[in-house]
Design a protein. Structure first.
Length: 115
């Protein structure tokens, strides 16, 4: 396993440990657990005898990509490019004409190869 994979495993394990709550803790301190979800904006995994059984998350939680950015595992490269999808005026060559020419060329090529 390379150093990057090892570091990723360590980060994920640390993240998992800090975001896990036992059933007992949830039952005894429900208000504190809910407050933590709201204030920190993190999802908490609920465990029963160390096995994950449920997850509590804020309704406005960000996407998985955003969480990877927060962990420093990925970063956005720049501002997305705006694309103008308007057709170019005045080309004088319609899609219908293009398709007809292509069809004619295929027919001509097929006829010339048969003879």
């Amino acid at each position: 396993m390379g150093e990057v994979e090892r570091k990723l495993q360590e980060l994920l394990a640390e993240h998992h440990r800090s975001h896990t709550v036992s059933m007992r803790e949830l039952n005894q301190q429900t208000r504190r657990v809910i407050d933590r979800v709201q204030s920190e904006g993190v999802a908490l995994t609920i465990t029963d005898r160390s096995k994950p059984v449920a997850e509590i998350r804020p309704l406005s939680q960000r996407t998985g990509i955003d969480r990877l950015e927060d962990l420093g595992l990925i970063m956005q490269r720049g501002v997305p490019m705006e694309i103008n999808w308007e057709p170019i005026e005045g080309t004088g060559y319609s899609l219908e004409q293009f398709l007809e020419d292509r069809k004619d060329n295929r027919i001509d090529a097929a006829l010339s190869s048969e003879f």
